[in-house]
Unconditional design. Structure first.
Length: 329
């Protein structure tokens, strides 16, 4: 076929497309991905977000035949890693595995170097992480009801531990204390091992921490779980009542992790990533792996649904941080 005839056919195709009113791409979009993907975690190795990133990344690697490089960037309460995600190119090759700290850290600063929501778009809600009200085994309160009665009868006598001022465990403790209607003293620790040691000595009365954080101590009977801070009971701790069963729905505090992409990432890439991550989250061994760590995979939902979740959480944390005048260390 002559070059002139080829040109004629090409022009005719364009005219047909224009006449039909349907936009037709001249070329099919390049297959994604064509090179390794970087998944940034604004936390340290061994953290929940890093665990989720590696678990999902391994499944995506098998599907894409390209590496998914988990890049842990801890420091400054998550500022470093979260800023990198916000400033990355919106091409689908840099993503972030984020949790509640992305929102909290931005809210704690007057002029944060990144915008918690405006800089990113939701891709997939990966995991829901149960928080647990725990006390030392030597505390006289044997049940959550005992603890609530004691706390209300002795206002100002209790203190609670967290993993630092402005941490998720700090806000969880504040939300729980407010739901109880008590003023408890906040005692921050930089290392969770110090929290457990002080609780064992009876110097700290309670804490609200994620299940993956406390699970090893629970298995060794170093701490006693009194309630899970969720609507329903946890399948990992089925004998422990939910905070709703105790009549304290305002104390609910769910932690979560999910994948985000820099704002402006093409929608087709966001949708493809979402679908492929959902396939990974439905993989039975991965679901079992999550449950063993005290978390549940979240294969249902949409990118927009995950974005709405973050927006709702942002408003809730903003009200708490502003109302309690919480400032970083």
């Amino acid at each position: 076929m002559s070059l002139l005839r080829l040109r004629g056919l090409f022009c005719a195709a364009l005219l047909c497309a224009a006449g039909s009113g349907i936009a037709q791409p001249l070329l099919e979009p390049a297959e994604y991905p064509q090179r390794p993907i970087r998944l940034i975690v604004a936390d340290s190795p061994g953290s929940a977000d890093e665990f989720f990133a590696r678990s999902v990344g391994e499944r995506l690697e098998q599907r894409y035949r390209h590496r998914v490089m988990v890049d842990t960037r801890s420091g400054a309460g998550g500022l470093i890693g979260n800023t990198l995600v916000s400033r990355a190119s919106a091409d689908g090759y840099t993503l972030g595995m984020v949790g509640v700290t992305r929102l909290i850290t931005a809210l704690l600063r007057e002029q944060p170097p990144y915008r918690a929501l405006a800089d990113v778009t939701g891709v997939a809600h990966v995991a829901s992480i149960t928080n647990v009200l725990v006390v030392a085994p030597n505390l006289h309160a044997r049940t959550a009801q005992d603890f609530v009665r004691h706390a209300r009868a002795n206002p100002g006598d209790l203190n609670y531990a967290s993993q630092g001022i402005g941490s998720a465990s700090h806000l969880a403790g504040e939300i729980f204390s407010r739901a109880l209607g008590i003023d408890a003293v906040h005692v921050p620790y930089r290392k969770v091992i110090n929290t457990f040691a002080e609780m064992g000595l009876g110097r700290v009365h309670y804490a609200v921490l994620t299940l993956p954080t406390v699970l090893p101590a629970l298995r060794k009977d170093r701490l006693r779980p009194l309630a899970v801070m969720t609507t329903l009971r946890s399948s990992v701790l089925p004998e422990v009542p939910s905070i709703h069963e105790l009549g304290l729905p305002d104390a609910q505090f769910d932690s979560w992790s999910g994948v985000v992409a820099p704002v402006g990432t093409p929608r087709r890439i966001v949708e493809q990533l979402h679908g492929d991550i959902v396939v990974a989250l439905r993989h039975a061994p991965l679901r079992k792996r999550f449950l063993h760590q005290g978390a549940e995979s979240m294969p249902e939902g949409t990118p927009d649904g995950f974005m709405r979740l973050m927006q709702e959480e942002y408003l809730r944390f903003e009200e708490m941080i502003r109302g309690r005048n919480i400032r970083p260390e």
